[in-house]
Write a protein that binds this ligand. Structure first.
Ligand SMILES: NC(=O)c1ccc[n+]([C@@H]2O[C@H](COP(=O)([O-])OP(=O)(O)OC[C@H]3O[C@@H](n4cnc5c(N)ncnc54)[C@H](O)[C@@H]3O)[C@@H](O)[C@H]2O)c1
Length: 444
């Protein structure tokens, strides 16, 4: 059914679930969002410039671990989900949600080329009565200063002909407790009508919507959330190195500290930061600060500490091998886990790549296992050899000079790993409950 091209028409269509939702960027964020919209009863058009992804979806295949291929096949079969690479079809959607990447450039400045090209595609197809919502993480001001001017090249007026809002995605991949439908959605509109329409849409699909006064507040909210994580993780990473030097186990300290029922939230140290968000998003804010003649010292310091963690781990591996009378050069080192966090298949920005690069440069004989990443992908920033995940057997473990736990996947049986390995360097406290063979474990 064609939606009447006014705000009232769109609101009615949202209410009656006849509005067609368009999602641009079918990645780790866009695909779960499509599922939330489809589950809410909206037919959904999925747009991606990557034809290979579109083809896989059309064939009923999933490329994201926690999205079931059968669910995709069923939704395609009954027409609820329609993936396409044809951006001209953006005119068909009543509401367009933008979930494209927002990486950093080589010089660590915001790289908005995907947001801009999406906005240009939308501008070409824009028609009266459409709602556009940017969901990609970005600095405050992007919706107003970058997206709006591009959409206005269509000669349609924002707040009258089309509606524009910002609502950050808070997806936590691999966390079954929080799916897109049950995470509160923060929404800021370019004007009251836009806020009302975006709120109506999300209210139909998620448990709660938190309205804020402007797009800028909603944009800042997401960056503040991620900066908070980055800074707190850096703090425990630094404390880990200090407590290690004085012979105190940081994980035991955190377990004790978190029994305090107020005023303390546990963050855990690790081999460095990973993923598309925490290592990147705070630098969007640093860039904005520089434009306003300010510096963000917490962000810079957290970045410095977190980026240095793989070097710390390499030092611990070197010391651990040294206790066995072995140099890194020529030692067989098995890396366990290359995705950036537990139980996900996303390797972006994973510290495993820095570790493989650093240990490789020191002459280590490397292999890896990751049940979620069968082939080591090529990442722009790292020089890593071509590798495929090796099978985790008794023999393989026994052949290693060092087993380095980088990601604590649930699939790893740490009793088994410690039993058969000669030396285990554990960056995640994954071996916490292992009783036998603790003398072989070195925490890093
Ligand atoms: N991954 C997460 O956990 C997470 C969580 C919260 C927020 N975010 C934010 O969400 C946004 C998307 O992240 P992601 O992890 O889903 O990225 P992703 O790389 O998994 O997916 C993005 C998709 O957009 C497509 N794309 C790029 N340019 C396009 C264009 N012009 N038109 C159509 N499609 C295009 C890509 O082909 C890709 O499939 C980013 O801003 C990210 O910071 C990510």
């Amino acid at each position: 059914m064609k939606t009447d091209s006014t705000a009232a028409g769109l609101e009615k269509a949202i209410h009656e679930k006849t509005a067609l939702v368009g999602i641009v960027g079918l990645g780790y964020v866009g695909l779960p969002l499509a599922r939330a919209m489809i589950d809410a009863g909206f037919a959904t058009l999925g747009f991606d410039v990557d034809q290979a992804k579109v083809d896989r979806l059309l064939a009923g295949e999933s490329y994201i671990g926690h999205i079931d291929g059968r669910w995709i096949a069923d939704c395609i079969a009954d027409g609820k989900f329609r993936p396409t690479a044809d951006m001209a079809r953006l005119s068909e959607a009543d509401a367009i949600l933008i979930c494209v990447p927002t990486p950093l450039t080589e010089s660590r400045d915001p790289d908005l080329r995907y947001v801009e090209s999406t906005a240009r595609s939308i501008a070409k197809a824009l028609r009266p009565g459409q709602l556009v919502v940017l969901e990609s993480t970005t600095y405050p001001g992007t919706t107003r200063d970058v997206v709006l001017p591009i959409l206005q090249t269509s000669d349609l007026a924002a707040g009258r002909d089309f509606f524009l809002a910002y609502s950050p995605e808070r997806e936590d991949p691999g966390n079954p407790r929080y799916t897109a439908g049950c995470i509160p959605k923060v929404v800021g509109g370019m004007d009251e009508e836009s806020l009302r329409l975006a709120t109506a849409l999300y209210s139909a699909a998620v448990e709660s919507v938190v309205q804020v006064s402007t797009c800028e507040v909603a944009e800042a909210c997401k960056i503040v959330e991620n900066t908070y994580r980055s800074v707190n993780i850096a703090m425990v990473n630094e404390l880990k190195t200090l407590l290690d030097r004085i012979g105190i186990d940081v994980w035991e300290v955190i377990d004790a500290a978190k029994t305090k029922p107020f005023g303390y939230q546990a963050f855990y140290p690790g081999p460095g930061l990973g993923g598309h968000c925490i290592p990147i998003d705070p630098f969007y804010l640093s860039w904005l600060a520089r434009k306003h003649d300010m510096t963000t010292r917490f962000i810079e310091l957290a970045g410095e500490i977190n980026t240095n963690m793989p070097h710390y781990v390499v030092q611990k591996v070197t010391e651990a091998l040294n206790t066995q009378g072995k140099p890194v050069k020529g030692s067989k080192i098995l890396v366990l886990g290359v995705s950036y966090k537990k139980d996900v298949d996303d390797p972006r920005e994973s510290p495993a790549f820095a570790l493989i690069e650093l240990l490789g440069a020191r002459g280590a004989d490397l292999s890896y296992n990751d049940p979620h990443v069968p082939v080591l992908p090529r990442l722009r920033r790292y020089e890593v050899p071509e590798m495929t995940s090796v099978e985790l057997t008794e023999e393989l473990l026994a052949q290693q000079d060092c087993v380095l736990i980088v990601t604590d996947h649930t699939a790893y049986d740490c009793e088994f790993i410690v039993q058969h390995a000669r030396l285990v360097v554990d960056t995640r406290n994954a071996t916490k409950d292992v009783a036998e063979g603790r003398e072989k474990i070195c925490k890093a």
